[in-house]
Design a protein. Structure first.
Length: 202
């Protein structure tokens, strides 16, 4: 009986130890700002699976977003709650196509205008390809840019938007944004990335 009790105690301690190890968070890798930005700029083929909440003073939308980009070729899909409805955006800068769940298709040269005209969403589409990765966009000079102790972009003010990065996740030897909040006037956009895939570095 004593041996059985002893084995149970040992097993309990071992299980507790394993549980504690499993719950330890991954440490944030420390790399230079230059190395970090070089990695992000070389992410030419990647995918981010996200949950998105869009709010303005009159409306709110909760969506699932799959952003797939390959050498500036976009394949982006939005799905409503429980997979209801879908919106697909394909193409490249200057030549984009938007397809709705009912089969209607629209084309335009400006993605921001295309989305606003047909969906009513005021989204900084052209800049999101950079902001999602934790980079400032190239088209305009930032009014504010701030990094944390790990050289991760913490806050950014650009093109009238204020972008705050609340959390990052470890991916390979770097960290990528996990939770982002974007605000512009009455518009608030919250993005939670639950999966990153870096398919190719160029």
């Amino acid at each position: 009986m004593l041996n059985i009790k002893f084995l149970l105690v040992v097993l309990c301690c071992f299980t507790t130890l394993l549980t504690g190890c499993a719950q330890q968070p991954q440490s944030t890798p420390t790399i230079s700002l230059q190395s970090r930005q070089a990695y992000l700029n070389h992410m030419q083929h990647w995918q981010a699976n996200c949950r998105v909440a869009i709010r303005d003073k009159d409306h709110g939308h909760n969506l699932t977003m799959q952003w797939h980009e390959n050498q500036q070729q976009y394949n982006i899909q939005f799905f409503g709650p429980l997979g209801s409805g879908s919106i697909k955006i394909t193409g490249k800068p200057g030549a984009l196509n938007l397809t709705t769940s009912d089969g209607n298709s629209y084309t335009a040269t400006n993605a921001d205008n295309l989305i606003y005209e047909h969906l009513g969403w005021d989204l900084p589409f052209a800049s999101l390809t950079y902001w999602l990765k934790g980079l400032a966009a190239l088209d305009t000079r930032p009014m504010l840019i701030k990094y944390d102790a790990y050289n991760q972009l913490q806050s950014l003010q650009q093109s009238g938007w204020l972008i705050n990065y609340q959390n990052y996740m470890v991916y390979d030897a770097i960290t990528l944004p996990e939770k982002i909040t974007l605000t512009k006037g009455d518009i608030k956009l919250k993005i939670i990335v639950h999966q990153w895939r870096v398919i190719e570095l160029n």
